[in-house]
Each structure stands twice: as structure tokens, then as C-alpha cells.
Design a protein around this ligand. Structure first.
Ligand code: F6P
Length: 538
């Protein structure tokens, strides 16, 4: 599978040189307050409606000439051709020779009405066939989820997975908690530290527990250790490998994986599969989403997919200048490569979105934390920023001090909901007021204050996203927005955002060190590792 990459690296374009000059002459000294004073339309000009998401970009360090140059950069880099290659199912993950088609998991089934049908009719036969398989698996998964939901005997569902097989489903299940089946408790176990699984197992009974072993490869060490430990606990508590027994393992363990053989060897007979063209961190829409479907049911899972599909269509068809994922990615590049900002703080003013920062850490940093281009050539510029954050208002009482007055500029991304959730809706205006206040304080500052301790320089940038409410469709659109933003910044930087070779080295070394912890053997180790191993050896 050969892929002729249509991209030009960003630093090889004329737009890049022009942006450098523009940054020196105007970008570096840009002042938000002056920009608002000069342009009464700034809010309208720099805000953007996309499916289910409204974005106010006006409190960012950009003006019309900056954005025009950034858009020129996107055109010169070949972002459009690269985006189209993804949607054509070309193997853009060149180091693993795989297509990247998580968007297909959200595409309506053939025979669906209206516009969607027209779009499907034009896809290549291989994609039509993959889409057929996607919907067959989706129907199986939703039917299975409904069976679990209807089974009053099962009260606890334990998802054992890590990385993309944990973060996406865990984040979504928490976000949609208002819609969760009241008789089902969802648990997510990822860490190989036995404390996590052990403390949960003490609260569970085997007959009312269902384990979902979620692993694309079914080889990941952490997941396999936890799965084996759960299996041993289950058998120890009266479970049996015999399918006719009172408590058969096969009824209490399901697998979500592309490795059907390994799941069968584990003794699992109920397996939902998916495909190598679904990257781990893009997999919550596939069988990996089973815990979500169990928690909220089939109609809500379909709404999640529909919201994401609406964002896919926006990304695929909107002109670059009104394409929200593209505008956000260009802003990321402007901050990272010209202003030199090294991190972005996520501030979702929503308890439901409390795991969004962790989810985005994998999505953004595992995708774009790369030092070479897609051809393996070292890059002379920075790539992924560090993504971090906490839900508002907690972050305000922890690290916002540094964001307001510290020497580093940290762009903040606020997310607020117009409608409150189910609980204590009277507190919602206070939550929203805090989000608005922080964004305004960062921009306006209090530069005139004589006392240095109380002085705020202001001119600190932020983006403000608004969702109507935290429902499945809005959440699906929000996640797809981030996926496509990460895609676009990776496209601009010329990297392959879909591999993760950086996790391999440490995995290999851990395998070598584990037996040494028992024997104390430090031969061949560097002095620091040897000293620590002696300290930690049993
Ligand atoms: O962290 C590396 C990684 O391969 C991720 O990309 C992936 O989401 C995670 O491990 C889990 O992998 P698997 O689903 O195969 O267990």
C-alpha cells in the first residue's frame, strides 16, 4: 500500500516565511484590548458556528492579516488534499501502512435518508464494503448493550483497558452520567497497579459483574495483567470455565478487540471486533464504545455518532476560513511555532467533562508529539504543545494564579454549557459567570495597578467554546472537533499523527527489568537505574 503524500512541509512554504516577518513586525506586540478598540466587529469576525459547537476565537492573539497568512499556509501545505486522502481511505498512516477511517464509524448506514445517502453513493467500493461491516458490528454491539441493560442480574460493568481503550469511553460515560441506566454502575480499570483493580474487586460480587476486556491488540501488558487477575478472582469466587456451570466465565467476560484469536484463547466467546484502520485513540466509536452503549443505550449512542458525523461533514466540506477544526489548528501552530507557547490549558466548566483533559492528552500528545516528519526526517520546529487542565472552577483555586500572573503565557480553552445538567441547576449561572470572568480577566488584566502583587498584565489569550447542553450529539461533535483539529495540526507539521513509536522503548526496557526486580541483577544497567533497582528490589 503506497501513499504519495500530497503535503509540503510548513517550513518549506512562502507563507511560513511571511508569517515569520509578520510575527516580528506585528504579531509579537499584538494587544487584544487595542484590537477590540479598533474593530467593533471583532467578536463576530472571530467567532464561528460549527455543528453543535459555537467558538469565540476573538480573545486570541490574531487579526485578519494573521489569519489570512495562516490560511495561506494551510493551502500551501496541502491540508485539503491530505484531508481528502483520509476521507478516501488512503493509507495516510504511512509507517504502519494503514488507512485512517474512524470517521467511517460515524457515517450513516447505506440506505439512510437524504444528504447522507448521496455522500455514500459516491464512496469507493472498498469503503462501501467497510461501511457495511461497520454497521453490521454496530448493530451487534447495540443489541448486546441492550441485552446487558435488560439483564437485572448484572449491576457492575468493569472495563479493563488502557490508553485509547480506556480514556475515551471513561470520559464519555462520565460526561453522559445524567443519561446512565440507574441500575448499572460502570467502572474503568487501567493501571497495572493492583490497588486499582483490587480495591474495586473488594466491592463486587462475581454473579452481578460483567468484565469487558478492551484492547485493540489484546497484548498490552497492563490490560492483560488486569484481565488475568480479574479472571483469577472470578474463578476463585466460584466461577467456572465450564459453559454449563452456574457461573460460567464466558457469560461474565466479553472482549472488544481486533485480535479475535487471543480473546478466544483467553476463554472468551463473546467478542466484538473492529479493524486496524481504527487507531486506539480514535476508537471510542467502535466496539470499544460498548461501555458507553451499556451506560446510555442504543439511541443515545447513535446520537453520539450522529453528532460526530455532523462535525466530520463540516470538516470535510466547509471552506478553510470557516472550518472550525482548521481555524483552531492554525491558532495552535501560530502559538507554538511563532509565539513559542509550549502548553495549552483546558478548562471545561462542566463536571461531566472532568476527564476531557486526560482524554485530550492522549489524543493530542500521542498523535502529534513527534520530532520527525512522516518520512522520518528530523523537524526543525516544535510540534504538540503540552495539554493539561482541570474542570473549572477547581483549576481557578489551583493553578490559575500562574496563568494570570506567571511569566509564561498559557492559552486557555474554556468550555461552557448553556443549559445546566440535572443536578442543582440553580448553581449553573455561578459556574458560567466564573468561566466568563476568567476569560475576561485574562484579557483585560489590571495593568494600571501600582502594587506589583496586584498587577495583572492582561493580554492573555483564550478560546471559548459553547455547547447548548452536554448531550450525546454535542459531545460527539466536540470530540470529532478535537480529532480533526489534531489531524490538521499534524498535517501542517508534516508528521504522521497516527503512529506512536515513542511508547515502544520504555515497554521493552520494562520487560527486561521486571525479572531483575526479583533477582537484583543489575548487570549492564547504568548506575542510576542500578541504584534504584537495588532500592526497589523485593
Ligand atoms: O500507549 C500506546 C497504545 O498503543 C495506545 O495507542 C493505545 O490506545 C493503548 O496503547 C492501548 O492499546 P490496546 O488497545 O491495544 O490495548
Amino acid at each position: 500500500m503506497n501513499f504519495d503524500d500530497p503535503r509540503t512541509r510548513c517550513d518549506h512554504t512562502t507563507a511560513w516565511q511571511r508569517l515569520r516577518a509578520h510575527y516580528e513586525s506585528a504579531g509579537r506586540s499584538f494587544d487584544l484590548r487595542a484590537a477590540f478598540a479598533q474593530d467593533a466587529q471583532r467578536f463576530e469576525r472571530f467567532s464561528q458556528d460549527a455543528p453543535h459547537v459555537f467558538a469565540d476565537l476573538s480573545k486570541n492573539l490574531i487579526d485578519a492579516p494573521t489569519e489570512a497568512l495562516l490560511l495561506q499556509l494551510a493551502r500551501e501545505c496541502g491540508v485539503v488534499a491530505y484531508r481528502d486522502a483520509m476521507f478516501e481511505g488512503r493509507p495516510i498512516n504511512n509507517t504502519e501502512q494503514r488507512a485512517v477511517m474512524h470517521w467511517l464509524l460515524r457515517k450513516p448506514a447505506p440506505g439512510h435518508t437524504g444528504q447522507a445517502q448521496a455522500a455514500i453513493d459516491t464512496v469507493a467500493p472498498e469503503i462501501a464494503s467497510a461501511l457495511h461491516d461497520v454497521h453490521a458490528t454496530l448493530e451487534d454491539m447495540l443489541a448486546l448493550a441492550e441485552r446487558v441493560r435488560a439483564d437485572d442480574g448484572i449491576t457492575d460493568i468493569v472495563n479493563i483497558g488502557i490508553g485509547g481503550s480506556d480514556l475515551g469511553p471513561a470520559m464519555v460515560v462520565k460526561a453522559l452520567d445524567d443519561l446512565r441506566h440507574p441500575g448499572k454502575r460502570l467502572h474503568f480499570i487501567s493501571n497495572v497497579d493492583g490497588m486499582e483493580l483490587g480495591s474495586l474487586l473488594r466491592q463486587l460480587r462475581p454473579e452481578s459483574t460483567l468484565f469487558l476486556i478492551a484492547s485493540k491488540t489484546f497484548t498490552t501488558a497492563e490490560t492483560m495483567s488486569n484481565a488475568q487477575a480479574a479472571r483469577a478472582w472470578f474463578l476463585d469466587q466460584g466461577g467456572s470455565e465450564d459453559a454449563r456451570a452456574r457461573l460460567p466465565l464466558a457469560r461474565h467476560f466479553y472482549a472488544l478487540t481486533t485480535n479475535l484469536e487471543a480473546a478466544a484463547q483467553f476463554g472468551i466467546t463473546t467478542t466484538l471486533g473492529f479493524w486496524d484502520w481504527v487507531g486506539g485513540r480514535y476508537s471510542l466509536w467502535s466496539a470499544i464504545g460498548l461501555p458507553i452503549a451499556i451506560a446510555v443505550g442504543a439511541p443515545h449512542f447513535r446520537a453520539l455518532l450522529a453528532g460526530a458525523h455532523a462535525m466530520d461533514e463540516h470538516f470535510r466540506t466547509a471552506p478553510l476560513e470557516s472550518n472550525l477544526p482548521v481555524r483552531l489548528a492554525l491558532l495552535d501552530l501560530w502559538y507554538r511555532n511563532f509565539h513559542g507557547f509550549s502548553s495549552r490549558s483546558m478548562a471545561p466548566y462542566s463536571h461531566g467533562l472532568r476527564r476531557l483533559p486526560a482524554y485530550l492528552q492522549q489524543l493530542e500528545m500521542e498523535s502529534n508529539g513527534k520530532g520527525v516528519d512522516a518520512h522520518g526526517q528530523p523537524l526543525p520546529y516544535a510540534t504538540s504543545a503540552v495539554v493539561w487542565g482541570e474542570p473549572g472552577t477547581n483549576g481557578q483555586h489551583a493553578f490559575f494564579q500562574m496563568i494570570h500572573q506567571g511569566p509564561d503565557t498559557v492559552p486557555v480553552e474554556f468550555i461552557a454549557l448553556r443549559e445546566p445538567g440535572r443536578d442543582l441547576p440553580d448553581q449553573h449561572p455561578r459556574l458560567v459567570a466564573n468561566a466568563l470572568a476568567q476569560a475576561r480577566a485574562l484579557m483585560m488584566g489590571r495593568p494600571e495597578e501600582a502594587d506589583g502583587h496586584r498587577r495583572f498584565s492582561g493580554n492573555r489569550p483564550s478560546t471559548f467554546l459553547v455547547l447548548e447542553r452536554l448531550d450525546p450529539a454535542s459531545l460527539g461533535a466536540l470530540i470529532a472537533l478535537y480529532e480533526h483539529r489534531v489531524f490538521t495540526s499534524g498535517a501542517l507539521w508534516g508528521i504522521n499523527s497516527f503512529d506512536q513509536w515513542g511508547v515502544e522503548l520504555g515497554k521493552g526496557i520494562a520487560k527486561d527489568l521486571e525479572p531483575r526486580l526479583a533477582t537484583g541483577d543489575v548487570q549492564g544497567l547504568d548506575p542510576s537505574s542500578a541504584g534504584l533497582l537495588r532500592r526497589l528490589a523485593a
